[in-house]
Design a protein around this ligand. Structure first.
Ligand code: TXA
Ligand code: MG
Length: 342
């Protein structure tokens, strides 16, 4: 059975952290909150422990994991920084760690191959979540932690969502409340180039291209030609997918509803003037940021809303397009990967 421990009182936090640390030190997996989404953590330097992550998630072993170091100064526990990109990497870490920025760097030999799917590089970040930090800093070890969902499904942003994904498969979920950002970290590969280093965004996230501009030239991986692309395993086209078919409806005028089907709506602002809320009798409507439409608020509710729509029993989920700036870039990336009807 899977136990859930809360952390909303100091004594409970202490107990939960103790239990998590004990389990992790013994080579077990534990679901922990981070500022992005909940992660399923294990000692990154223990291959048998990491294997349990893959088993619980039913994740294929070609999809490498992100490693979380306890402090930003601990990067060298798992990675080397090549000299030609060292100044840029150091500036990025100074500015964005601990936080939702994952860097791809050459891995140290101590990192088992199962973590990186045999790649010579490792994805590394330091989380800013208080609960996660207590655990990582007590254990003083790097933690491998992918999102705590079954492979291919929606990332969990609450302990309840983790439970619905992994109940019975893991011993412990530490409940740290809702995740601050609600979207997975931005993954960046730094490449030396002149006049500016290139910051290749393998996965858009809370740290936006705009945020990265001061540190190099941000380039989205989708914009690169096939022979220019760095290896980005696990970035499968179909991912983050609800079980219910999903379609992004670029314009409300494009909608030809099938009278025999039921539909659910993912709405940005829930405003009738946007043209979506009254298209049909929606089985359920989830509004990401009622009224004004604020992207950070929408991001926090995004995976929660998708999960609710997936569970409402509609035949199809229809999504409004979201503004493609700031956090909207990451949400549209997830929606396009989730869309099974194009
Ligand atoms: O916010 C996050 O990043 C969350 C929290 C828990 O930290 N974690 C997360 O992990 O989203 P996951 O496993 O769901 O996504 C990690 C992705 C992999 O699918 C893969 O595409 C990429 O990171 N990745 C990992 N190692 C890599 C490497 N060496 N080179 C390129 N991409 C890598
Ligand atoms: Mg994931």
């Amino acid at each position: 059975i899977t136990e859930t421990l809360t952390t909303d009182l100091p004594d409970l936090l202490k107990l939960a952290v103790n239990d998590a640390v004990k389990l992790l030190a013994a080579g077990e997996v534990v679901a922990l909150p981070t500022e992005t989404v909940y992660g399923l953590a294990a000692d990154a330097l223990n291959a048998d422990a990491v294997a349990k992550i893959f088993a619980a998630k039913e994740r294929p072993t070609f999809d490498p994991l992100i490693v979380h170091v306890p402090h930003k100064k601990d990067l060298d526990m798992v990675a080397d920084i090549p000299e030609d990109i060292a100044p840029t990497v150091k500036r990025l870490i100074e500015r964005f760690w601990p936080g939702p920025l994952t860097l791809i760097l050459p891995k140290k030999a101590c990192v088992p191959d199962i973590v990186t799917a045999g790649l010579p590089t490792v994805a590394v970040r330091a989380s800013q979540n208080l609960v996660f930090n207590r655990v990582a800093r007590t254990l003083e070890k790097p933690l491998a932690a992918p999102s705590a969902n079954r492979f291919g499904s929606i990332s969990p942003t609450s302990a309840a969502a983790v439970l619905s994904e992994l109940d019975g498969r893991i011993p412990l979920i530490v409940d740290g409340g809702a995740c601050h950002f609600g979207l997975e970290s931005t993954i960046v590969k730094v490449e030396a180039a002149s006049p500016k280093p290139r910051l290749i965004i393998l996965r858009p996230g809370p740290i936006t291209a705009e945020d990265l501009k001061a540190y190099g030239k941000p380039v989205s991986i989708d914009k690169l030609k096939a022979d220019e692309k760095p290896e980005a395993p696990g970035m499968l086209a179909s991912h983050y997918a609800p079980r219910t078919p999903l379609r992004i409806l670029d314009s409300p005028n494009d909608f030809l509803p099938d009278p025999d089907k039921t539909y659910a709506l993912l709405s940005y602002r829930g405003e009738p003037e946007d043209g979506y809320t009254d298209l049909v009798e929606w089985k359920q409507m989830q509004i990401l940021s009622p009224g004004k439409g604020k992207l950070p608020e929408a991001a926090v509710r995004f995976f929660y809303a998708l999960r609710a729509l997936d569970e409402c029993g509609a035949d199809e989920i229809i999504s409004e397009p979201l503004p493609e700036r700031g956090l909207g870039v990451a949400m549209m990336d997830r929606l396009r990967r989730a869309a099974t009807i194009k």
